[in-house]
Design a protein around this ligand. Structure first.
Ligand code: SF4
Ligand code: SF4
Length: 347
């Protein structure tokens, strides 16, 4: 990784250059919560001023630009006894500005499943390759626990990553194209004072976390607590709405539907992201449901995040953003569920 320093005016200039030939996505404030806090989403911008880079976290994760909720995998047309298939992978070049470390770490986890697994996804690959990522450091959000799961800092998976040093940015460059794009504006090597300011900023951020979740031994605790009353306690509250998976930056489970025209002239395979908390997620042909109860579905979501993924990739799937806890109308959130499990195991 290469480190440079960029004036804030140069960053604005750089975003302007990206806007000339890319679709640019950035954090925009859409509305306010009753307490006055802004609600932000990653949306297309047409000018630097459209963005609110001081946002805490976006309500939905920017995952949707890599793994949309709904996508057409292929279309078939039938004519004169013959048929043709159309598959579209390509997207126009895109840049996403202002992604937080946890959301970039989420992409790195998705890469492991969707690019490096047994069945790489060409759709995800096309979006990943065509998207230029500029990350931006920030002070901890109110209830995030990304530091507890090692996602508060990011070492790869982006092109540029900026840390605000007041009047300038400390810039980590992690790709050739990142360097080429940054070289279009004025950048310089960091001085001793820049390095020191960067370390101080990082230390301040590291000390700012208010929520801590112990995930040490969590896979073992989950094994021990498979029949724990904790699952009933939280499962009884769950509304099976699936909102937690919809906002999660690392959830990728999906279903595929065949859509056939009434006259059989065309059909499409449509992929939709799905949630393991929805009632029919584990329902199979014949109507049997392997997870008919709310507690069993909630439990398996936690097992995938903190047990199954660890077994396969040596790390949890969860990046600690707590979006699932923020959005849950039943008040279910990972810090409280995990703490309950730990207390139960200790008991
Ligand atoms: S945990 Fe909360 S957000 Fe998730 S399905 Fe249950 S009620 Fe909905
Ligand atoms: S499980 Fe919740 S806290 Fe973890 S990454 Fe998903 S939304 Fe964020």
């Amino acid at each position: 990784m290469l480190f440079k320093v960029m004036a804030k005016s140069s960053f604005e200039e750089l975003v302007g250059l990206l806007l000339e030939s890319n679709e640019v996505i950035g954090p925009r404030m859409k509305t306010r919560h009753p307490d006055g806090k802004g609600v932000h989403q990653f949306l297309p911008i047409t000018a630097f001023a459209d963005m609110d880079l001081d946002y805490e976290k976006s309500e939905y994760s920017p995952k949707t630009y890599f793994l949309p909720f709904k996508e057409n995998l292929s279309t078939y047309r039938f004519q004169g006894g013959d048929w043709e298939q159309e598959i579209k992978y390509r997207i126009q070049p895109r840049a996403i500005v202002g992604m937080r470390a946890c959301d970039i770490n989420a992409l790195v986890k998705l890469d492991k499943v969707l690019l490096k697994g047994d069945f790489p996804s060409p759709y995800y690959l096309a979006r990943r390759k065509n998207t230029f990522i500029i990350g931006l450091d920030h002070d901890p959000c109110e209830n995030g626990f990304c530091a507890s799961v090692g996602s508060d800092i990011v070492s790869h998976g982006f092109d540029l990553f900026l840390t605000d040093l007041g009047d300038r940015y400390f810039v980590a460059i992690d790709s050739d194209r990142g360097y080429r794009v940054a070289a279009n504006v004025e950048i310089r090597d960091p001085t001793e004072a820049d390095n020191e300011a960067y370390v101080q900023t990082r230390n301040r951020i590291a000390k700012g976390f208010k929520v801590e979740v112990s995930i040490r031994n969590l896979p073992q605790i989950l094994d021990l607590e498979f029949q724990s009353p904790v699952w009933k306690k939280w499962g009884d509250k769950c509304l099976s709405c699936g909102s937690c998976s919809a906002v999660c930056p690392t959830c990728y489970c999906y279903g595929v539907e065949e859509k056939v025209a009434m006259d059989f002239s065309e059909s499409a395979k449509v992929k939709r992201l799905y949630s393991c908390n929805l009632y029919d997620f584990a329902m199979v042909a014949g109507g049997h449901n392997f997870r008919p109860s709310r507690e069993s579905r909630l439990k398996y979501r936690y097992y995938h995040q903190h047990r199954g993924f660890v077994e396969t990739y040596d790390e949890p799937k969860c990046v600690g953003c707590n979006r699932c806890g923020d959005v849950c109308l039943a008040g279910i959130n990972p810090p409280e569920v995990i703490t309950d499990l730990e207390k139960e195991a200790a008991r």
